[in-house]
Design a protein around this ligand. Structure first.
Ligand SMILES: Nc1ncnc2c1ncn2[C@@H]1O[C@H](COP(=O)(O)OP(=O)(O)O)[C@@H](O)[C@H]1O
Ligand SMILES: CC(=O)N[C@@H](CCC(=O)OP(=O)(O)O)C(=O)O
Length: 267
């Protein structure tokens, strides 16, 4: 059975159609996929921190995280959002098991950059808890927090965690967002069906890839460089998107390291 990491962000979380969760459950029950869900929740964190009067600041798509902000991040991601995802799986007979990277020390992290506060970078992924859950028929639902040996918690971008988990399991990574893929221009007119590492780096330089798309493509490249066989960015609003992907249809934007050339040998 193929390991598949599914990552969706806060911008789409509440709008994902029922068919998305039904597909996750069916693909697991048909023993086609061993799904592992990683979710975000950025907009929900911003909304609660606004209500609490905490200021939000992003640097290159990453939230500057004080100790107070960590409380909000953990409450929103590991509480509200995580349990909502577990409940939506249950509706279709799927046994979701919510955990954060703190549980079972699944995501070991360290500080990424002093200026960002308690934002983590992944040091290691401990696969034991995920394996245990899979063996017992559960679908792991992971919120992107990490922990270090001193018990310090970290706020990690959801895409970054998904990229690290996909590389640990050598799993296909599907990034589900509110756009149909990567656009080639700032006006968002031309959608790309495939981008290489070189394209991505140039597009970040030119400002065509910006904001939350930056950690997404960086995580995609990290996963590919560390053994994930395939990474795609797709639109979660599309009904039965996962069923389509599992049947081999090309949807969204595929990210590859190098252009693949086919060599024709003439005799
Ligand atoms: N070149 C690009 N193509 C597509 N989306 C882009 C691009 N550059 C920036 N974006 C923005 O990135 C967003 C996706 O990142 P983000 O909001 O963090 O997603 P999620 O919450 O799903 O992780 C899109 O909604 C879009 O506004
Ligand atoms: C460090 C950092 O920025 N962490 C993210 C974690 C949530 C997330 O990644 O949510 P999306 O997938 O919806 O963007 C944040 O605080 O917003």
């Amino acid at each position: 059975m193929e390991h598949v990491v599914l990552k969706f962000g806060g911008s789409i979380c509440g709008q994902l159609p029922d068919s998305f969760f039904a597909d996750v459950v069916h693909l697991q029950q048909q023993e086609k996929w061993r799904p592992l869900i990683v979710h975000g929740g950025g907009p929900m964190i911003s909304s609660l921190s606004d209500k609490l009067g905490l200021e939000t600041q992003f640097v290159n798509g990453l939230r500057v995280t004080t100790d107070d902000m960590l409380d909000v991040v953990e409450m929103v991601l590991s509480g509200l959002v995580n349990k909502q995802v577990v409940r939506r799986l249950l509706k279709f007979g799927g046994l979701g098991w919510g955990l954060s990277g703190i549980d079972g020390a699944s995501i070991i992290a360290k500080i990424k950059d002093e200026q960002l506060g308690f934002v983590g970078e992944v040091v290691d992924v401990n696969p034991a808890t995920f394996q245990l859950l899979h063996e017992q028929g559960y679908i792991p639902v992971l919120s992107p927090l990490g922990v270090d040996a001193q018990g310090q918690r970290y706020n990690i971008n959801g895409d970054t965690v998904a990229g690290a988990v996909a590389s640990k399991f050598q799993a296909r990574l599907i990034m589900i967002s509110d756009i149909p893929g990567i656009y080639a221009d700032a006006d968002r007119q031309q959608l790309l069906d495939k981008v290489t590492r070189q394209d991505v780096l140039e597009m970040i330089d030119q400002g065509i890839i910006s904001g939350g798309m930056i950690p997404k493509v960086q995580a995609a490249l990290y996963a590919l460089e560390h053994g994930a066989p395939e990474v795609t960015i797709v639109n979660g609003l599309h009904e039965h998107i996962l069923q389509e992907i599992s049947e081999g249809h090309a949807v969204g934007t595929k990210i590859v390291l190098e252009e693949e050339y086919s060599h024709v040998v003439q005799s």
